[in-house]
Structures are given as structure tokens and as C-alpha cells.
Write a protein that binds this ligand. Structure first.
Ligand code: SF4
Length: 375
């Protein structure tokens, strides 16, 4: 297949769905977590769950970088933005994520803080170059997909001797989060296999998922974001379970290799090192799951430059984002879903980003809730 439409062919999707229905053993319940928010979005958008038999259940995972950022880190960004000399550059989604006490970067901007929406790290570099009198801080978030561009920006800033540029680093890693989910057995989330992320895997390859197959006996299928990709991955997972196998398979061969992108990995390794632990919304503090700048790049580290202390943050107690990110609850099970909390008035991070489970369900799934209730 060459063109995107071919990965959305309805007739092929129905053929795949029929194969899934034939191969899904009615005596088995199959519970698959799609780690990545991009897959959550695709599953909601294309109604994939409706094509699956009742005993094949998709569980949303924590792979939305905006969603997993805890309130304390948002509060730290707001505190940075309020410093009179600072221009805080951030992606649009992050401006609306609620911090403690209903604060957000958008509200801080409305109150006079210099918060600017950018589309890339290069935009932030450009602002630092054109406004040497400002301390320009890039609010860096994301998994292994967005970490290489941040590493590149740091190296560019160093090469251009940009003394007024730094980053507030919130980059996190996928494999420790999957491990955290598998080790939090007290929650009672039963997962029989994982749909592995696409873009992340293009960078890190499929090898880092081996422990989940070997140590935890969970099959993993790395797959693309299109509906036929996801359906094929579900079929591959069902086959593994039926055959008693648990290995890492790669459906997304058009973009992902076993070893990943070595140049991107080298760029990350040059600039970043592991934090001892990083706090995730919903998953708590996970060891070696976040990145910070190496000492050699300390001058570009906003946390050191502005002596920024960790803030505890206060979650909205009624928001169920934490349980949703652990796969324990679904968006419609939150009492605030669609009433007090909508994309226009988000009370939790999962309603802000289009990759968030609540936003995806609001956009594509809530109509099906009504249909189910009516039938
Ligand atoms: S609907 Fe809103 S309040 Fe409820 S879990 Fe989702 S983001 Fe949180």
C-alpha cells in the first residue's frame, strides 16, 4: 500500500474484523492496552472498538505526554512564566492544561505573563535570537518522539552561543511507564497484551519491549496509527494468545526497525541523562522514567538556572484522569465528563489534548454512548 486512504479502506477493515471475529476464542477475554494516545485517538475516531467482538476489549493507556504531566509540573511552568524576565514558549495544548486551583498557562498569559505558543523548538530558538533581552524558556514535554528535536535545539543553542535560551525539561520514557503499569498489580488492571506505540518505536526500535514479553509474558505488537494498522495488530495479538506465544512483533515495518533510529538515539544520549525518578499523573513516581539535561548542558536547564523547586500540585479530586491513565476507568465513568468537563472547559489534562482519552471520547465516542443507552 502506498497512500493513506488505502490504510482506511472500509472493505479491508471489514475483512480484518471478520478474521478477528473468527479467531477470537469465545472462551477467552482479550484485554489489550493501546499505550499511545495516537492509537486512542484512532480507535475512537474510526470506531474500531465497534468492529471488535465483545470479548476483545481495548484499554486506553497513558501514552499522551500532555495527559501524564502532573499538576505540580504545570504549576512550576506557571511559576516560571510569571518571572518578569521570562518568555515561556510552549505548544498550544499545554496552555490549557489545568494546574492547581484552576490555574493554567493561558490564565497566566491573560494576567500578563509572557507565554507564547510555538510549533517547534526552532520557533523558541528564533525568539531567543531576536529578543536577546528576554530569558526564553522552552516548555519541553513528550516521549521519545519529541526528545530528539529538543536535544537538537540544545545543541543549536550551544553552537550559536545563545545565552538567553533554556528548557524546562519534562521528557519521559515509554518502557518504564509500561513496566510501571505491569508492576502496579494492586489496581487489578488485567492486560493480556500491548499495542506498542508507533512514532516512539521509530526512534527507540522494538528491542526495548523485549522484557515485557520475556519477563511479564505479555505479547507486544508495535503498530501504525491507521485503522487497518490497529486492526491488524489486534489480530496479531489474538493469534499470539491463542498460540500461547508472547513475543514482540512489528506490524509497522514501513517505519520501525528493531534497533530504531541510531542518530536520534545518539542525539538524546549526548544531551540527556536519566532522572532517578519522575512523577507521572496517574502512575505516581516511576524510577528512571524521565530525562534531565546532562551537567555539560546545565546552562540550558531552566530548573537550575531559575532555581526552580519541585511543587507538589493539587489535582481536582473529582477528576478521574489518574484512573483513566492506568486503564482502570473509562472517560464516561467520570461524573464530570460532558457536564462540567468538556474540551471548552477542561477540568483535567485528558480532556485537553486530542490524544487524551476524554477528549477522544468526547469528539467521537459520546454519540455511541447515547446510541447504546437508547438501544
Ligand atoms: S472528564 Fe474531565 S474531569 Fe473527568 S477524568 Fe476526564 S479530564 Fe478529568
Amino acid at each position: 500500500m502506498k497512500y493513506i486512504d488505502e490504510y482506511r479502506d472500509g472493505a479491508v477493515a471489514r475483512t480484518l474484523a471478520a478474521r478477528i471475529a473468527r479467531q477470537a476464542d469465545p472462551r477467552i477475554t482479550y484485554r489489550f492496552m493501546e499505550f499511545c494516545g495516537g492509537h486512542t485517538h484512532a480507535i475512537s475516531r474510526f470506531g474500531i472498538a465497534d468492529l471488535l467482538p465483545g470479548n476483545v476489549r481495548m484499554i486506553h493507556g497513558p501514552g499522551c505526554p500532555v495527559c501524564v504531566l502532573p499538576t505540580g509540573r504545570i504549576d512550576m511552568a506557571i511559576r516560571l512564566a510569571r518571572l518578569p524576565q521570562v518568555t515561556l514558549c510552549t505548544y498550544g495544548d499545554l496552555m490549557r492544561v489545568p494546574g492547581s486551583a484552576g490555574q493554567s498557562l493561558l490564565k497566566a498569559k491573560a494576567a500578563g505573563a509572557d507565554v507564547r505558543m510555538v510549533y517547534s523548538t526552532l520557533d523558541a530558538i528564533r525568539i531567543a535570537e531576536t529578543e536577546p533581552g528576554r530569558e526564553v524558556v522552552f516548555f519541553a514535554v513528550g516521549f521519545e518522539t519529541t526528545t530528539p528535536p529538543t536535544a537538537l535545539a540544545i545543541r543549536q543553542a550551544e553552537a550559536r552561543q545563545l545565552a538567553n535560551f533554556s528548557i524546562f525539561c519534562n521528557h519521559v520514557l515509554t518502557p518504564p511507564a509500561i513496566r510501571g503499569i505491569l508492576e502496579s498489580s494492586s489496581d487489578g488492571v488485567e492486560i493480556d497484551g500491548f499495542i506498542g506505540p508507533s512514532h516512539v518505536s521509530a526512534v527507540i526500535g522494538t528491542r526495548p519491549y523485549d522484557p515485557f514479553a520475556d519477563e511479564f509474558s505479555k505479547p507486544v505488537v508495535v503498530t501504525g496509527f491507521e485503522p487497518l494498522d490497529v486492526l491488524q495488530a489486534v489480530l496479531m495479538l489474538i493469534r499470539q494468545i491463542n498460540e500461547g506465544r508472547h513475543v514482540v512483533e512489528n506490524q509497522y515495518v514501513r517505519a520501525v526497525t528493531r534497533e530504531g533510529n541510531k542518530a536520534a538515539q545518539a542525539g538524546m544520549a549526548d544531551v540527556f541523562t536519566l532522572r532517578d525518578a519522575f512523577a507521572w499523573r496517574g502512575l505516581g513516581s516511576l524510577p528512571h522514567s524521565g530525562l534531565k539535561l546532562k551537567n555539560t548542558y546545565a546552562a540550558f536547564d531552566a530548573e537550575r538556572r531559575f532555581d526552580l523547586e519541585d511543587l507538589p500540585g493539587r489535582e481536582n479530586p473529582a477528576c478521574e484522569c489518574g484512573a483513566i491513565l492506568r486503564g482502570i476507568k473509562r472517560p464516561a465513568e467520570c461524573k464530570l465528563f460532558g457536564t462540567a468537563c468538556t474540551p471548552e472547559t477542561p477540568l483535567g489534562s485528558c480532556m485537553v489534548s486530542s490524544e487524551g482519552a476524554c477528549a477522544a471520547h468526547w469528539t467521537y465516542g459520546r454519540f455511541r454512548d447515547h446510541q447504546r443507552r437508547a438501544s
